[in-house]
Structure formats: C-alpha cells, structure tokens
Design a protein around this ligand. Structure first.
Ligand code: HEM
Length: 161
C-alpha cells in the first residue's frame, strides 16, 4: 500500500510495526488489539479505548465480532462512585462487550491477540532468544576468567609486599 494513498484514505499511514512493541510496550499492544469498539461517528465506524480517534479500521472484526461500549456492572472502581452495598460492584458505561459474535469465542480471540502481541515483541528483538541462551555461558566464562585473573594478580603482587 502506497503510504501517500494510505494517508489520504485513512488520515494516517499504517505504521511500520517492527519496533512497535519496544515503542509502546506489550501491555499497550494487547489492550489496543482488544480495544476496538463500534462508533458510528468515526469514518471507519470504530474507535479504540487506548487510542482515541484511531485511524485504523477494525480489521479484526470478522474474528472478534462487533464490540460495543455498554453500561454494566464492573469490579473496577469508577471515579466518584461508591460500590453497591450488596454486590460490591460499580456501574460503568465504559464496559466493552461483544454484541455480535465473530468467528472466535471471546476467550479464543483474547488468546489469538496474546499470540499476535508476543509475535510483535519477537519481531522487535529477534536476537533476544539467542542472547538469553548465550547469557549463562557468558556468566560462566566471566566467573572462570575472574578466578584466573585473581590468581594471576596474587602471583604478580607476591614479591612486592
Ligand atoms: C493484524 C493486523 C494489524 C495489526 C496487528 C495492526 C496493529 C496496529 C497498531 C499496534 C497500531 C498502532 C500504531 C501506533 O503506535 O501508533 C496500528 C495503527 C494503524 N493501523 Fe494497523 N494493524 C493491523 C492491520 C492494519 C491494516 C490492514 C490497516 C489498513 C487497512 C491498518 C491501518 C492502520 C492505520 C492507518 C494506523 C494508524 C492509526 C492512527 O495513527 O490513528 N492496520 N495498527
């Protein structure tokens, strides 16, 4: 997709996601992928809970279904509200709920987005797995070299004291 065309179609060009996980963090990406909701006032028909006025169309809708912001009881505290005396829950109108099912169940969709987020974390730093595998060998080398260097130092300084 030509980025000039994309900018005129969507209002912003789709970004290169290679370093996205390092830029935004994995928590943000996961919340973003799960945060699209129906908003007929937007040109794409959707908005996002962590990226207000997002230009990206909800390309995941066939999998997730239509998600909307509804009023419902929630466990999360709502500002300026006391919890219900009986249930201990709060009333919020910012609760995300799938109102038309997609191809995946909500739990399956969450798992797919978890995998996608992990994939974006991997492409942000593919050498991390190799670095982690190498790390114990490097530490063992530094330890053995440290012992040798210390013995050598003792040998050098023996006649000086
Ligand atoms: C599964 C595939 C996709 C994933 C995981 C994905 C993910 C993302 C993420 C994480 C961002 C936020 C970037 C930021 O930090 O600003 C983003 C932005 C965006 N994406 Fe996607 N995207 C996907 C597919 C698409 C497709 C197919 C399009 C276009 C048809 C698209 C268009 C855009 C646009 C225009 C933005 C910029 C939003 C703005 O600045 O308001 N994305 N995408």
């Amino acid at each position: 997709m030509d980025s000039g065309n994309a900018e005129s179609w969507f209002g912003a060009p789709p970004p290169d996601l290679t370093l996205e996980a390092r830029l935004r963090g994995t928590d943000w990406i996961y919340s973003y992928l799960l945060g699209f909701y129906k908003d007929p006032s937007r040109p794409t028909g959707v908005n996002n809970t962590v990226f207000d006025l997002v230009a990206m169309p909800n390309v995941l809708e066939p999998l997730q279904g239509v998600q909307e912001l509804v009023c419902a009881e929630t466990d999360h505290p709502v500002e300026g509200q006391e919890p219900d005396a009986l249930s201990g829950k709060y009333q919020s109108c910012n609760v995300l709920q799938v109102t038309e099912p997609g191809r995946l169940e909500p739990a399956e969709f969450e798992e797919a987005m978890y995998d996608l987020t992990n994939f974006l974390a991997y492409v942000g730093e593919p050498s991390k797995l190799q670095a982690q595998a190498l790390a114990p060998k490097v530490l063992i080398f530094i330890f053995i070299f440290g012992v040798i260097a210390y013995l050598l130092k003792r040998e050098y300084w023996r006649d000086i004291h």
